[in-house]
Design a binder for this molecule. Structure first.
Ligand code: SF4
Length: 360
């Protein structure tokens, strides 16, 4: 597996997951259920676990919801992070109930004396705090028109809170500096990364819908990951959180930062294509997404689906197996060798059979 030259950050433990210090980039998401309904929240976390979520964040908006930390934790396998805004007493409550990490928003958590109490309790419980700076909730950021000035404002707000935590001898810190604009976000992470070596949680906040949000997140996170910045990622989408995990893994897989799952190489088709490749690829993708446990735990696999034999044999050499289209049929390849012909209506079943067989 190829690694970009990554910033050497401090190792931090979130439950039994380690981020920073060269660890694998952890994939996380956030639930969108009402956390006062702990059963619904557990149900969604289980769905996230199934697709490979490694850390889950839950917003606890009030004390009533904070009492549910215990119940949720007992029923899930991955570390639980509490997202806390406005009231530091909720943070104290979730710590009491065994939370694995807290995310606070410096823009709204209140005065320094409240922060001091919170830091002391986190230290006693040995849990990290993420300083999650967000452009939308930080006064003054949008007074600037220039993205660099906005980035500087974000980084300086994060630094101000980092210094407060350091003043209380607390260094179990993770930082995020999110804006919905890629330029502002990237520059703020770069500024922060040049000042401190705390692990960085990456994300483009409020990135949008499944399609555009995925593209925006991939563009922004891709730049930072290429810079070597980032220890854990959350792709923020207005969609089912399960999709956030799928997109995050695809991004890391194609950047060769995580090695797992199925990669489909398929051509855009042209006049030479004599099979309905667009339909075949979309159906295979759909079927793959329904195969249980086919996620980060599965063996890496590359499949080439080509419209014709022009690039088929070449691509198939780099793939585990694949099919190159002919007239209403295809030539099946495995590890660069021709296995035989498959008629167009058998492509999907044949490939799904081979995928399952490969994973056994
Ligand atoms: S592989 Fe064949 S069908 Fe696909 S784009 Fe290339 S030439 Fe066209």
């Amino acid at each position: 597996m190829k690694f970009y030259r990554r910033f050497q950050t401090k190792k931090i433990n979130i439950g039994d997951i380690t981020i920073g210090g060269g660890s694998l980039i952890a994939v996380q998401s956030m639930t969108n259920t009402d956390s006062r309904d702990w059963k619904a929240t557990v149900k969604q976390i289980k769905q996230l676990e199934e697709v490979g979520c490694e850390v889950v964040r839950v917003s606890f908006p009030d004390l009533e919801s904070a009492y549910n930390v215990n119940r949720i934790k007992k029923n899930i396998k991955i570390p639980l992070v509490a997202d806390i805004h406005f009231d530091y007493r909720i943070a104290l409550e979730v710590i009491k109930h065994g939370i694995d990490k807290i995310r606070i928003n410096p823009g709204n958590i209140g005065s320094n004396d409240k922060l001091e109490i919170l830091v002391k309790e986190a230290k006693k419980a040995h849990i990290p705090i993420r300083i999650g700076v967000n452009a939308g909730s930080l006064k003054g950021v949008y007074n600037f028109d220039d993205s660099l000035l906005r980035a500087k404002a974000l980084a300086s707000a994060a630094m101000e809170h980092v210094r407060i935590l350091e003043k209380y001898n607390f260094d179990d810190i993770v930082v995020s500096l999110k804006a919905s604009n890629i330029n502002t976000t990237v520059q703020s992470y770069r500024i922060f990364a040049s000042k401190r070596n705390y692990p960085l949680h990456l994300g483009i906040t409020e990135a949008g819908s499944l399609r555009d949000g995925s593209i925006k997140s991939a563009a922004g996170l891709g730049i930072m990951l290429c810079d070597g910045i980032g220890d854990t990622i959350r792709v923020s989408l207005t969609a089912n959180p399960v999709e956030e995990i799928r997109v995050a893994y695809s991004l890391l897989k194609y950047m060769e930062l995580r090695d797992f799952g199925i990669e489909i190489i398929s051509c855009p088709t042209c006049a030479r294509c004599k099979v309905d490749l667009i339909k075949i690829v979309s159906e295979i993708e759909k079927k793959i997404s329904t195969i249980k446990n086919l996620n980060k735990f599965s063996k890496p696999l590359k499949i080439a689906l080509m419209g014709c034999v022009v690039n088929g044999p070449g691509e198939s050499k780099d793939a585990d197996f694949g099919i190159a289209g002919g007239k209403e049929k295809g030539i099946l390849f495995k590890n660069g060798k021709v296995l035989g012909e498959v008629s167009q209506d058998e492509w999907i079943d044949k490939l799904i059979y081979m995928i399952r067989d490969y994973q056994r």
